[in-house]
Design a protein around this ligand. Sequence first.
Ligand code: FES
Ligand SMILES: [Fe+2]
Length: 362
Amino acid sequence: MSAPASFAEARNRREKARAAGLSPDYWYAVEHDDRVKPGRVVEVKFWHRSIALFRGADGGLRAIENRCAHRQLALSLGTVEGTCLTCPYHGWSYDGGGHLVRVPHELFGHPMPSVRLRSFPVRVRYGLIWIFPGDPALAEHRRIPDIPELEGRSRWACVPIDFHWHAHHSMIIDNVSDFTHAWLHRDFRPFSDARLTNLTSDDDRVRLSYDTRIGRGRLSSLFVDRRRVDTDAIDLAYEYPYQWSSTGGKIKHWCFVLPIDERTSRVFFLFYFESLKIPLTPWRIPRRLMSLVLRLSNRWLIGPLLAQDGFAVEAEQRAWESHSDRPVPDLNPAVAAFHQLTVRKWEAHLATESEGARVGRD
Ligand code: FES
Ligand SMILES: [Fe+2]
């Protein structure tokens, strides 16, 4: 029995992958847009860092360090007043740029303290709120993934679904792209008899394809229109730090992992379909009913299916914490490629960070 190594102590690629964070210099989905109403504040965590995300009375979203500069209380315990976030203790109030703008008590002859908390760029896209936790100068250059099918007037229906899993983010990436785990889903059969036909890597992504049988479960096969969709193959990618799949260009998903710490992640899935058919008929489900159908599917099909993955990665996390020194005979070469990319990006991030610290010292 052995405890997992920290990244600095890690002796091999797997230990490194399981200890690595995800680079903060990307946009991360942190919450559903409709769950942060005006006047509400929530705590969001990105890799040990706590962020207070709030929506002002004007409808605008803001994200600042979750720490009052006075006595360090979590500002997410406070209240939104107008467009500012106010600490619950002495009432110090911060704007979206993190500036202290109001102290509602006597200053004892002192000037107003000059305080600025860190603030984070925030965007909304695809029904999700995104935060850029890294170097703000890079926020403009990095893109939230473009998903043309989810934009414009004729966009495909999509109802995001999310989970809080007690598992390292790398286990989730392994899980969604490594199709050797058909056994776990032997009742739902989202894929079966997978055979890896392609695996390529570059600096930013791992792409892979399987010949497989998609959506052959009792329920899902009723809705999949096999005359319109080739369901005998699938393309996937670990498009750092995100993951996606495409079945014949007609059934797609993106998976956005929010790394919270070494054993906790939140994961947002967007599944979207060009069309689904009405069971037992050749007709397509009308577009205006698709959101309702997807809502039901999240509840009865996709949700329970992904809950099986959650069960598996959480069990893997517990197992890793007890047996991290045991060799893992991973047979699918894609898994090693995912780990390589995760480790390489994290090492690059750490190098940038230590370079920044060195320049700061000089
Ligand atoms: S601790 Fe926040 S105002 Fe005093
Ligand atoms: Fe799965």
